[in-house]
Design a protein around this ligand. Structure first.
Ligand code: C2O
Ligand code: CU
Length: 508
């Protein structure tokens, strides 16, 4: 992918210094260089945008965020979504195109759109209190930026718990020189659902979990009983793959492409067809283990970036993660199953290439218990591997907090929306940066960085969202080539919302 994949052009030539910035944010961070921080509106953000390889083509879309009613297999729920659909309509572009997406906020609350996985100009990142003002009810906001890297991505609001309603959709950026050959392509979004079921909302859940999970005597242990529901919470959800505690929130339904297991989507194809499946976990508090009954699959990408191909039985996706897999279809009818990891529930779709009865709703194909690959065991495709270089800046980001206190944070500090740059992890344009995620909690966290795609370890996959298991440390590296202020946070929406977020900020 020589044309659009790398952004090494942002080198010394653009290391613009002395742009006449006033020191708006002179507070000192945890470590690293001192000085004023680049603002999303600074000229360097524009300068970098002008250097991105562009086709000159502009693609316009409208995203209408509004309250709506959805039918989840016979159960009608009131929720919020884009364009009255679940997931929202897929946006599809080619690398180099300029996206022009107008958000029409017809919700009762302020909102925004964050483009998860895209490394775009900082002022279009969609994070209120960091990169833009919230878009008020009744108002519109147009996002316009060059999309320079191919891949499977998605978008969602970055306000409160809105992501745990129905506000999400895929954005697929095609490679003008696509190296893979396939006959069909399916985008499959996975989601844990509670909004509108028995009157519940994600805000109620947040209130409840915020109260803490210190309900002494209630089996936090992982006995034979399996996970146990207590109000909005789930006790004893446990997974070996996730290193223990799997999640805190009880979801009554698990959706595959917006559909419950009772009313699944059917994908039809010819036997022998080669299919590219783009999997996205849009959940709030659930990792999914995904398998296609009767098939092995070849992992080709994660988080939009190619990896050395690897054949597996199942993949595990934390919230925010994406996997692209290739499958050659057998003849028959097969379940595509998303197991809610540790929660003992499933969502499913059906793959049909021949006649036969659809598999049962609660079917669990053997492949789920076969070989499951962890992201840390994958290797980046050589084309996107970062060249070896020693980092100029290193930040340790300790994941802290507990379920009992529900005080999730980074380095013991809860994110402060009033003063978001406090404790920022500072970097300089042009630097190689190493982040060390050190998980000191008893739970796994899917850590996400905005505006960049880091490399895991020395030769691991390029990713923007990474499962960090309890008690483990993982090193990731990226090149600081996209100036601005970028969130780094846990993509468990409830963890993030109570404070497990921070900023990677460029010094001016
Ligand atoms: Cu899906 Cu802060 O992102
Ligand atoms: Cu977390």
């Amino acid at each position: 992918m020589p044309k659009f994949s790398r952004r090494s052009f942002i080198g010394a030539g653009l290391a613009v210094s002395g742009l006449g910035l006033t020191a708006a944010c002179g507070r000192s961070g945890a470590s690293g260089p001192s000085g004023a921080l680049v603002k999303p509106t600074d000229p360097i953000v524009d300068a970098v945008e002008k250097e991105r390889p562009a086709s000159g083509k502009e693609r316009a879309f409208t995203l209408r965020a509004a309250e709506t009613e959805l039918d989840l297999g016979g159960r009608t729920v009131r929720t919020w979504s884009y364009g009255d659909a679940l997931p929202g309509r897929e946006l599809r572009l080619t690398a180099g195109d300029t996206i022009k997406a107008t958000l029409e906020n017809r919700l009762p609350d302020p909102t925004s759109v964050h483009w998860h996985g895209l490394a775009m100009r900082n002022d279009m990142d969609g994070v209120p209190s960091v990169t833009q003002a919230p878009v008020k009810p009744g108002e519109d906001f147009t996002y316009r930026f060059i999309v320079d890297t191919p891949g499977t991505h998605w978008f969602h609001p970055h306000v409160g718990t809105q992501i745990d309603r129905g506000l999400y959709a895929p954005i697929i950026v095609e490679d003008p020189d696509e190296p893979l050959a396939y006959d069909e392509e399916w985008v499959v979004m996975l989601d844990d659902w509670l909004d509108g079921v028995d009157g519940a909302t994600p805000d109620d859940v947040l209130d409840e979990v915020r109260g803490g999970m210190d309900h002494g005597g209630h089996g936090m242990g992982h006995g034979d009983e399996g996970p146990m529901r207590m109000g909005a919470m789930l006790m004893g959800a446990s997974s070996d793959l996730l290193g223990g505690d799997a999640g805190d929130v009880y979801y009554p339904v698990h959706l595959v492409d917006g559909r419950p297991g009772a009313d699944p989507r059917t994908f039809s194809a010819k036997p022998g067809a080669r299919v590219r499946i783009r999997l996205v976990n849009a959940g709030g508090d659930t990792a999914y283990r995904v398998a296609l009954g009767g098939h092995r699959m070849t992992v080709t990408h994660t988080d939009g970036y190619p990896v050395e191909h690897r054949e597996v039985d199942a993949v595990l996706l934390g919230m925010g993660e994406r996997y692209d897999v290739l499958v050659t279809l057998e003849d028959g009818v097969f379940p595509l199953v998303a197991l809610a990891e540790g929660k003992d529930m499933t969502g499913r779709a059906v793959v049909r290439t021949g006649s036969g009865e659809a598999p049962k709703e609660d079917v669990r194909p053997d492949e789920l218990d076969g070989e499951v690959v962890h992201a840390t065991e994958l290797a980046a495709d050589p084309q996107v591997r970062l060249e070896r270089r020693s980092p100029e800046t290193e930040h340790e980001i300790e994941l802290t907090g507990s379920m009992a206190a529900y005080d999730w944070a980074l380095n013991g500090r809860r994110f402060d929306r009033e003063d978001p740059t406090r404790g920022a992890f500072k970097v300089e344009q042009g630097q190689r940066v190493r982040l060390v995620f050190k998980n000191s909690t008893k739970m796994w966290h899917p850590m996400h960085l905005h505006g960049h795609t880091f490399q895991v370890g020395k030769d691991g996959p390029r990713k923007d969202t990474l499962i960090v298991l309890p008690g483990r440390s993982v090193e990731v590296e990226f090149d600081a080539d996209n100036p601005g202020r970028w969130l780094v946070h846990c993509h468990n929406i409830y963890h993030g919302e109570v404070g497990m977020m921070g900023l990677v900020a460029y010094t001016a």
